[in-house]
Design a protein around this ligand. Structure first.
Ligand code: ATP
Length: 368
């Protein structure tokens, strides 16, 4: 046991490695997860997020490194002796039991009296919005309600950390969005640390205080949602978290972390140090620009930056509230995707229409 853990860190991961035979599933994961935060492990299938979650829970031994919970090394500590509890993807609800019996199942080894158990069950059901459902048979519940029962069963043990392995993946889109909001509210109410595993970027952005983006057993970036979106440190992270245009560019000058770039089709731009999260060096580079940081100027509009570029619309994808335009910039081998909020009365452009583009140079991100 070490006493270097700052009081705000409930979990410390120190160079955690995991091998399955020859397969290196976790490749030196180091991170601190803070007391009371909503933390997500986000990454594509197979990147190791479930392995990491299971290692924290104690269902999986690690090959080397250290996992500390509340400052205590968890090596050799079985799952039921850790201050964690896990909610699984496949809810694991007993259909033949009532809702209350399912929730009370978590307390079977607690040594509590029947009266205490009843009180705890009622409190847990209240917490997840199922106060009146105690007597209902579990098989007569909707997917969202089952999910809540699973949550109540995990929360009744008052863990310090709740681990959630893709808990919403079996729900339809509408239900999922509703449960996302409810989970955030629940987390704030109970005030304990939630760690969510998800491969859904939007879900992670909406729900998390901080997100660890994982690829191939490593954390590529750990940041709050806004920084991940606005200041991705690599192209891979940028592409995984939403859409981004990558334009060929040349860094012509670097001074004090700032960079002067010549962007194909868009001209010169001066970038602040924060816009160069991966550093800046003279020479060929790419400029990342989100579709919503570009805009099409309609008649009479002028670019805020005073500069614009002419192009032609190649593709139009209509989303109701938004339209995405692929625009080929004249005089450059560059095509950009532009997203525009649809305004009442404004005509949606069509393929082949000329388009004058403006952009926000402050939204540019440099990738060396
Ligand atoms: P998904 O979103 O698909 O669940 P994940 O990011 O959670 O993916 P893991 O389940 O952690 O990924 O798996 C990471 C890698 O380790 C995968 O390549 C997987 O095949 C491998 N793996 C997981 N469990 C085992 C095991 N018990 N034995 C061997 N290999 C395993």
């Amino acid at each position: 046991m070490t006493d270097t853990t700052p009081p705000s860190a409930i979990i410390t991961l120190d160079k955690v490695h995991k091998y399955y035979g020859d397969y290196h599933a976790l490749r030196g994961i180091s991170a601190e997860i803070r007391q009371g935060e909503f933390f997500s492990l986000l990454g594509p299938s197979g990147c190791g997020k479930t392995t990491l979650l299971r290692a924290i829970a104690g269902f999986e031994d690690i090959s080397s490194g250290e996992i500390q919970l509340s400052g205590r090394n968890m090596e050799g500590v079985p799952p039921n002796r850790r201050p964690t509890n896990m909610v699984f993807q496949s809810y694991a609800i007993f259909p033949h039991l009532s809702v209350a019996e399912n929730v009370a199942f978590g307390l079977r080894k607690s040594g509590k009296t029947p009266g205490e158990k009843r009180r705890d069950v009622a409190e847990a059901l209240e917490m997840v919005g199922l106060a009146d459902f105690g007597k209902r048979a579990a098989h007569a519940l909707s997917g969202g309600q089952r999910q809540r029962v699973a949550l109540a069963r995990a929360l009744i043990l008052k863990p310090k950390v709740l681990l959630l392995d893709e808990p919403l993946s079996a729900l339809d889109k509408k239900m999922r969005e509703q449960m996302q909001v409810e989970l955030i509210k629940l987390q704030r109410e109970v005030g304990i640390t939630f760690i969510l595993v998800t491969h859904d970027q939007e879900e992670a952005l909406v729900m998390s205080d901080r997100i660890a983006v994982m690829f191939e057993g490593e954390i590529a970036q750990l940041d709050d949602p806004e920084m991940l979106y606005r200041r991705p440190q690599s192209r891979r992270v940028a592409e995984f978290i939403g859409m981004m245009n990558f334009l060929p560019a040349e860094v012509v000058d670097v001074a004090g972390g700032k960079a002067e770039v010549e962007v194909a089709g868009l001209g010169r731009a001066a970038l602040e140090a924060g816009q160069c999260p991966g550093g800046a060096a003279k020479g060929a580079a790419r400029i990342g620009l989100r579709p919503e940081s570009l805009t099409i100027l309609f008649e009479g509009q002028t670019a805020e930056s005073g500069r614009s570029a002419e192009g032609v619309v190649e593709e139009v994808v209509y989303y109701g509230d938004m339209t995405y335009y692929d625009v080929l910039i004249h005089g450059a081998p560059s095509k950009v995707s532009v997203s525009m909020r649809n305004m009442p009365g404004r005509r949606v452009l069509e393929r082949g229409d000329p388009a004058r583009l403006a952009w926000d140079p402050r939204a540019m991100v440099l990738f060396p």
